[in-house]
Design a protein around this ligand. Sequence first.
Ligand SMILES: Nc1ncnc2c1ncn2[C@@H]1O[C@H](COP(=O)(O)OP(=O)(O)OP(=O)(O)O)[C@@H](O)[C@H]1O
Length: 265
Amino acid sequence: MPWLLKKKEKVHNEETAAAVKAVEVSNDQQPEQETENDQEPLLQVMNVKRAFQVGGNQLAVLKGIDMELKKRQLVMLRGRSGSGKTTLMNIIGGLDLPTEGEVYFKGRPIHKWNDQMRTRIRRKEIGFIFQTFALMPLLSAYENVELSLRMAGFPKSQWKQRVTHCLDLVGLVKRMHHRPYEMSGGEQQRVAIAKAIAHRPSLILADEPTAELDSQMSAQVMAVFQDIIQTENVTICMTTHDPTILEVADHVYQMVDGKFIKQEN
Ligand SMILES: Nc1ncnc2c1ncn2[C@@H]1O[C@H](COP(=O)(O)OP(=O)(O)OP(=O)(O)O)[C@@H](O)[C@H]1O
């Protein structure tokens, strides 16, 4: 939906502007540490409903969604255009709030949180990947990844090592000084993955990450996803229309008209 893209682009631009202005974190400040219980689900969605006011009518888009994301899982959401996938992803990522229901991120009730608190958790703990890569065109691959560390307030002393490590994970260290227009779509998406994981989020949300890619590049992106789930200890939740990649998912949620109809795997 065009308006949804606009909303995402707006978030991206605002965060980029904030990053440019950001005071660089001086040296040895450590990112927030927390004790993690490995058995606890990363994210729980309980009876989530979302309705929109359209004209004088209420349009029910999500009609009671229950979902659980475990740690180190690759979870896919599939469903026809308009079934509600993006609406749900926006709620999971703290960009939107449910009309009813509860959303817990590491046991914390983000459905009760205000904008500021949700922005904070988004910057620190969630990485976003978009269909159209969303890289800054005038920045090199290295600078694009570094930007996400600035935005998250990651210690500056660790930037170089972390950026190089993330580009290495996606197989693009040798291309670190190249700008997006000098790279293929698959390479750009791999830079976007490096950017999304750089600040060590525990959840990556990816909206149709392979939609712009041919089958070979899609396979490369999915291989990188499987790799970073183990090495970077992340959970990935992605939407897709591509039936050929469903088999690599740990779990597939099939959405029809705002509800999950059947859970595979
Ligand atoms: N803010 C809003 N105001 C009114 N209607 C909305 C709003 N957001 C979403 N919708 C409607 O909700 C329905 C679901 O939209 P959504 O974008 O979540 O579907 P989707 O499954 O992600 O589709 P696609 O695969 O095309 O991206 C659509 O009918 C859309 O028009």
